[in-house]
Design a binder for this molecule. Structure first.
Ligand code: NAD
Ligand SMILES: O=P(O)(O)OC[C@H]1O[C@H](O[C@H]2[C@H](O)[C@@H](O)[C@@H](O)O[C@@H]2CO)[C@H](O)[C@@H](O)[C@@H]1O
Ligand code: MN
Length: 453
């Protein structure tokens, strides 16, 4: 176990989430003592814009924590005890392509789901491996990487194959955000909820929601049937996601449970189970990427400018479950707290009728040696089949990335439930290869060498 006070490096320091995460760290310094915070990013200008805001957040709470801003890996990771990874490879401009290209073909345009998520995965796997190698080379040998970088399911599978020994824990804040909403609906703090959950990242179901041992899923089922997974006043539950598109995301749990009421689905399942309705409500010229660029990103950069000019920092970033969750996980890893959290781990029988080596999202006790998954048993045939199709799509995508195989990429796109035909898969993939010219060299070569059918 590493000893406090810790050196923490944030890879993707220019992220819009960095100030919120650092604020979550500052209000928990007693639980997670820090000697130094380092920001690392390949976009120096972007990171240098965010850095003064981050430093202000730190100095409002501590005068002694060392603050380092760098684009040099050795400076960033030497002797580090924890690395929070939150890269967006290609930044929002490529997220916009990920979302708009499929929509031009009448297919769901989404950051981590469908063809957009597959394209995002093709960009992210190898930079994630590069980050792991840098951390392994420079950081404390007991250092943990806690990874938020999306698409988490594909990144987790790529890391399993390429760096199986790496001390990386992949996490997602969607289940914990759903639990925040459940707590608001039930009138209990989310930390009082103990859930059973199974699936892949962004593709899973809650099967029990216990409060002091009593399953409260029946109550939630009744609420969802009226309002979806939100309190009646949506903005009260999730201020960062008061955007209409996010309110709709939470409300759309209702139609899924109207059809399949047994389990409470992760909101992302709407993209796979009701894609036509999603596409009908998506604007191919103005997607979630545009909302974020004109919302969260614009607001934070304007605040940074205001702070630079006036020395006053407007309230411009969200401190919520996103920051709180990664700090919870870091504390449990650091001090062997064995807290139960939903994290992405190698299956090894936790879901009895899914492949042993699948990267699944299940409850696990977080120890200093890593996560210990809770066995969720065998899942029903309906869920197993959906999961196997999604798993195959993701695993073929990872193989396509590693081998530079156009055919496997086409199989991955064709297998994805959001893509109706192989012709749609080919048309979208070929457009994405063009758009990702700077990011997929191996696939580009295969495609240009006439491997494309
Ligand atoms: N796992 C989850 O549940 C979850 C929740 C929220 C956000 N995220 C993910 O967190 C990431 C950050 O989100 P954001 O909206 O703040 O993005 P952002 O674009 O605001 O910031 C991402 C930063 O990563 C940097 N970056 C890109 N490639 C890099 C590399 N190879 N090495 C180092 N830095 C690199 C960019 O320059 C940018 O500054 C995204 O991947 C997003 O999908 C995941
Ligand atoms: O569209 P974005 O960029 O605002 O959000 C995309 C991310 O959405 C999920 O995380 C949300 C979370 O569900 C929400 O309640 C709140 O806590 O903010 C989080 C980050 O926006 C999802 O888990 C991530 O993987 C997505 O990247
Ligand atoms: Mn997520």
């Amino acid at each position: 176990m590493v000893k406090p006070p810790f050196i923490l490096s944030i890879a993707g320091g220019g992220s819009t989430y960095t100030p919120g995460i650092v604020k979550s760290l500052m209000v928990r310094l007693e639980a997670f003592p820090l000697a130094e915070i380092r920001l690392y990013d390949i976009d120096e200008a972007r990171q240098n814009t965010i850095a003064p805001v981050v430093e202000k957040v730190i100095r409002d709470h501590s005068q002694y924590i060392k603050f380092t801003v760098t684009n040099d890996a050795e400076t960033a990771f030497s002797g580090a005890h924890f690395v929070f990874a939150q890269m967006r490879v290609g930044q929002y401009k490529m997220r916009e392509q990920d979302e708009k290209i499929p929509l031009r073909h009448g297919v769901v345009g989404q950051e981590t789901c469908g063809p957009g998520g597959l394209a995002y995965g093709l960009r992210t796997i190898l930079p994630m491996v590069e980050l792991i190698d840098q951390v392994t080379r420079y950081a404390d040998e007991k250092a943990w990487i806690i990874n938020y970088s999306n698409p988490a399911a594909i990144v987790a599978e790529g890391v399993r194959r390429l760096r199986p020994q790496a001390r990386v824990l992949n996490i997602c804040d969607m289940p914990v955000a759903a639990m925040r909403n459940m707590g608001a609906i039930l009138g209990v703090d989310r930390h009082k909820l103990e859930v059973d959950y199974f699936g892949l990242n962004h593709f899973g179901w809650f099967t029990q929601v216990r409060v002091e041992g009593e399953d409260r899923l029946p109550e939630l089922r009744e609420h969802v049937a009226r309002f979806g997974l939100l309190t009646e006043d949506a903005a009260q539950t999730d201020p960062q996601h008061a955007d209409p598109s996010w309110v709709k995301t939470w409300r759309n749990i209702k139609p899924i449970m109207d059809h399949f009421p047994e389990y409470l689905p992760n909101p992302y399942l709407q993209y796979y189970l009701m894609p036509n309705e999603i596409v009908a409500h998506q604007d191919p010229d103005y997607t979630r990427a545009n909302e974020v660029m004109n919302g969260r990103e614009k607001k934070l950069f304007a605040a940074a400018q205001e702070y630079h000019c006036s020395g006053v920092l407007p309230d411009a970033f969200h401190v919520g479950v996103h920051g709180a969750f990664i700090v919870d996980v870091a504390c449990s890893l650091a001090f062997d707290l064995r807290q139960r959290h939903l994290v992405i781990v190698e299956n090894k029988g936790a879901i009895a009728n899914l492949p042993y080596d699948a990267m699944v999202e299940v409850p696990a006790y977080i120890t200093a040696a890593g996560p210990e998954p809770v066995r969720m048993g065998a899942v029903p045939l309906f869920h197993q089949t959906l999961l196997m199709q999604q798993l195959a799509s993701e695993q073929l995508l990872v193989e396509a990335t590693i081998e530079g195989s156009y055919e496997k990429a086409l199989q991955a796109f064709t297998l994805n439930r959001t893509v109706p035909t192989m012709q749609h898969a080919k048309a979208i993939l070929d457009e994405m290869i063009e758009a990702n010219r700077d990011y997929w060299p191996a696939l580009q070569k295969a495609w240009e060498n006439g491997k494309a059918v």
